[in-house]
Each structure stands twice: as structure tokens, then as C-alpha cells.
Design a binder for this molecule. Structure first.
Ligand code: AMP
Length: 285
């Protein structure tokens, strides 16, 4: 079946209501487009879990700060349709900004406590924009399951909180991070990087794996684990390290020393020139 493109909220809702009435399960993969292998993996995952997979492409202005890259965010809708179809999606939902936020639009959803640290601090208002658009997309697509990437670890916690607190009847699936051969996490923003920057950015992966190895070998002190990441990240030319931290995986809370049974997430955000890159690794006991 060729990919069908839907651009209006009403049409999307009607289409999903018909699917539901026919007893079909709907899988949903929300994206900001410029699809890559990471997105394709989420789509394939959804296809395994649901009868019909709907992908959305919407560059959401309300999750970008005034000095961020909204206007220059990479876009290639034709290619996105091709990637989504190849990966098994049946529907591409691509509303315009005017369709999502028409004249008079004035409501926002407030993101929960997991949004108060890390990217919530460096990108004020970002997670409120995320949960608002995700809630709107859920109401348009009416999925049974929705697949998100571990690449945006804090976002996965914020979305799970949204779904739990607002009683969305949707199962959230978190799929692993897809990486380039050198370990760099795939991201639409990698297109901003020169070949040289991409090589340097692979040190993020080295920093994360070095910290995981240290924990595996028994290091439980958060500062020591963080120092391991910092030392490697500091070798990247012209890097600005926003954070490189080891915190509790389920709450993002800091601690001095982890205990044997703590799951840990290692979180990194750096800027290379004007490009902001994030990545993470989770370690389970
Ligand atoms: P984005 O288009 O960057 O907003 O991402 C849309 C979805 O794809 C989010 O759930 C991301 O976490 C996920 N995603 C982005 N990059 C990757 C990746 N490298 N591996 C797995 N999932 C990803």
C-alpha cells in the first residue's frame, strides 16, 4: 500500500477512528523530519507491534528557544516520505504550523518534574513545547502505542510522565539509539557538522563507554565517573561541555556514590560551534 499523506487534524482523527472501529492497532512515531536510520528503526519497531504505523513530521516551533535553530532546522519532506514508506509506515501525518496552532491558539501543557533539570535548564520552555505537541499529536493520531528513541533520554522520562499523569491510554515503547559506524548517535542535526566535526563528535561515544566500563569495573563515585567523561570530552577541539553527568536512571537525581543496585544514566550535552549534540548510555546492575 503506498504511503498516504494526511495534513489536517480532522482528517487524521477520522482516519484513525475508522482504523480503530475496524479493530486495527495503531502505532505512532512522532518526528521532526529529516528522517535517518534512527527514525527508520523506530518505524520498523512500531510495525512489529501494531497493525498500522503512522509517522508524523512536524517541526514544532513551541519547543525551540528564540536563539535556537527552528528556521534552519533541516527539512526534506519528499525524502522523509520515502524513508517512512521503506520502513513500513502506512501514513505520513504532516500538519502545517497554522493547522497545529491556528489563530487564537493559547493553551499549553506543563511538563512534569523530570523536565526541571538538564535540558529543561539549558533550554527553558523546551519540554513544555514537547509535551504540548505530543499531547496534540496523540489526540489527532489516537495511537495504541507510540515509539520514542532512547537518544533523547530525558524526553522519554518526560513523555512517560505525561502519559501517566494525564491518563493517556497509550503504551510507550523506548527503542535503542542508532549510531553511525564511529559511534556518533544519528541525529538530523549531524548535517550541520563538517566531516572533521563528526569524527571529533564520536568522542562523545568514547566518553560514555569509558564511564560505563568504569562503573562495570566497580567505580561508584559520581564525581569520578563524571571526570572520566569530562577528560575525554575536553580533548574535542573548541568544545563547549554543557553537562557530562552520571545520575539515577529513573529520576535523574544526583548522588555522591551509587549503590550496587542503582541503574545509572550517563548524560552528555556538548556544543560544537552552533551545533548542540546530546547522547546517553544507561547502565543497569
Ligand atoms: P526528532 O525527529 O529528532 O525529534 O526525533 C524523533 C524521534 O526519533 C524521537 O523519539 C527521538 O528520540 C528518535 N531518535 C532520534 N535520533 C535517534 C537515534 N539515533 N536512534 C534512535 N532514535 C532516535
Amino acid at each position: 500500500m503506498p504511503l498516504q499523506i494526511i495534513t489536517s487534524v480532522e482528517e487524521m482523527q477520522n482516519y484513525s477512528s475508522v482504523l480503530r472501529a475496524k479493530g486495527k492497532t495503531i502505532g505512532f512515531v512522532p518526528t521532526m523530519g529529516y528522517l535517518h536510520e534512527g527514525h527508520a528503526a523506530l518505524i520498523r519497531h512500531s510495525c512489529l507491534e501494531a497493525d498500522i504505523t503512522i509517522v508524523s513530521v512536524f517541526v514544532n516551533p513551541t519547543q525551540f528557544g528564540p536563539n535556537e535553530d527552528f528556521s534552519r532546522y533541516p527539512r526534506d519532506f519528499e525524502r522523509d516520505c520515502h524513508v517512512a514508506e521503506e520502513a513500513g509506515a502506512a501514513i505520513m501525518y504532516a500538519p502545517t504550523v497554522e493547522e497545529m496552532y491556528p489563530n487564537g491558539y493559547s493553551s499549553m501543557v506543563l511538563a512534569g518534574k523530570e523536565s526541571q533539570v538538564f535540558d529543561g535548564v539549558s533550554r527553558p520552555g523546551h519540554f513544555n513545547g514537547v509535551v504540548t505537541v505530543v499531547a496534540k499529536l496523540f489526540n489527532a493520531v489516537k495511537p495504541h502505542i507510540a515509539v520514542f528513541g532512547q537518544k533523547d533520554y530525558q524526553q522519554t522520562l518526560v513523555i512517560k510522565r505525561l502519559v501517566k499523569d494525564l491518563d493517556f491510554d497509550i503504551r510507550i515503547i523506548i527503542a535503542p539509539t542508532e549510531r553511525e559506524l564511529n559511534g556518533l548517535a544519528r541525529s538530523s542535526r549531524n548535517v550541520y557538522l563538517s566531516e572533521h566535526d563528526r569524527e571529533n563528535a564520536s568522542l562523545i561515544y568514547k566518553a560514555l563507554t569509558a564511564a560505563v566500563d568504569a562503573r562495570q569495573q566497580g567505580e561508584k563515585n559520581a564525581h569520578s565517573l563524571q571526570a572520566i567523561m569530562q577528560k575525554i570530552l575536553m580533548t574535542i577541539p573548541h568544545v563547549h561541555i554543557e553537562y557530562a553527568q552520571a545520575v539515577h536512571a529513573d529520576t535523574l537525581m544526583e548522588t555522591l556514590d551509587f549503590s550496587d543496585d542503582n541503574s545509572i544514566v550517563f548524560l552528555v550535552a556538548i556544543r560544537l560551534g552552533t551545533t548542540r549534540l546530546i547522547d546517553n548510555f544507561v547502565w543497569h546492575p
